[in-house]
Design a protein around this ligand. Sequence first.
Ligand code: 13P
Length: 360
Amino acid sequence: MKMTLNISRETRNDLKLTAQAILHRGKGILAVDESGNVLNMESIGVKDTSENRRKYRQLLFQTEDLSQYISAVILFDETLHQKTDQGVPLIKLLQVQGIIPGIKVDTGIVPLVGSEEEFSTEGLDGLGKRCAEYKKKGCRFAKWRSIFKIRNGKPSDYAIKHNADILAQYAAICQSNKLVPILEPEVLVDGTHDIDRCQRVTEKVLVAVYTALHEHDVYLEGTVLKCNMVTAGQLHDVSLTSDTIARATVATLQRTVPAAIAGITFLSGGQSEEKATVNLNAINRCTGKKPWTLSFSFGRALQASALKKWGGKDENTLIAQTELINRAKANSEATLGQYRTGAVRGECCSDELFVKDYVY
Ligand code: 13P
């Protein structure tokens, strides 16, 4: 039986406007919701402590003109309680620039009981209460990540349905607490599969997600999809052009994603900064029906060069911020299909950022 989500007309309108603002033309999302220890600070010789994460994120949010290219930032709970050196809450740095703050609300990936090497995502317990608190603290959207691994005939129908249902429950809880849900069903790039297999799996996952959202009566106009680009597995031996990736990605979305949603923001999924930008550009240049805004919500592919340039040293603040703004501008151009390959160089812009079984 279909459920009824009881939210007022006014709330629906607010959710829709917020979702549209997140998908503002020429802008995208900076995803800095990595849990402690995920940022890989050790690789640049910096201890991964709460204080170092505070300093680093302060640097990111104080980047001049950030709001020209970034509409929204996804935070991790820890950041919400942190302040600048001068005692200003970090979230305030975003709000004064008109950048929309949001929060990762899932509490992580766990093995899926009843299946092997498949996953579920935790965090539904007490979610309504947490959403209400986050809303009070100034968050306007939330994010939830589910992952699907391609391997030995998997993901199974069971894992797909299980995670789609959880995503829909999460979305309904968010909307009843006036937060826009960003739904992140990620088909991982781990594996040897080809692009056709990734396309088939991504289609199946997205169909399941939108079926579940329909069953839970989620208000689609007040949602944002965050998904993977359709590409081959990281260990597949044929390299693909950005046009091939773009065509497969757009075809997948055309077949599965309702035109009613505000838009789609891609995760970078281990691609290098430059590859992620070039592929996003190709997606936006791809001809054919695209009723949604197609933008970015990159974590690694927006931060890798900035993080490396910073290297934990205060005197590197400005050059690290320059890395961030340059890459953000490149991605902004890519949302308009106007990026010229190689136009932006960066400290490590061509480095693959793949991490096996990436946790967030
Ligand atoms: P990546 O862009 O590094 O894949 O991370 C995106 C993400 O899931 C953060 O919200």
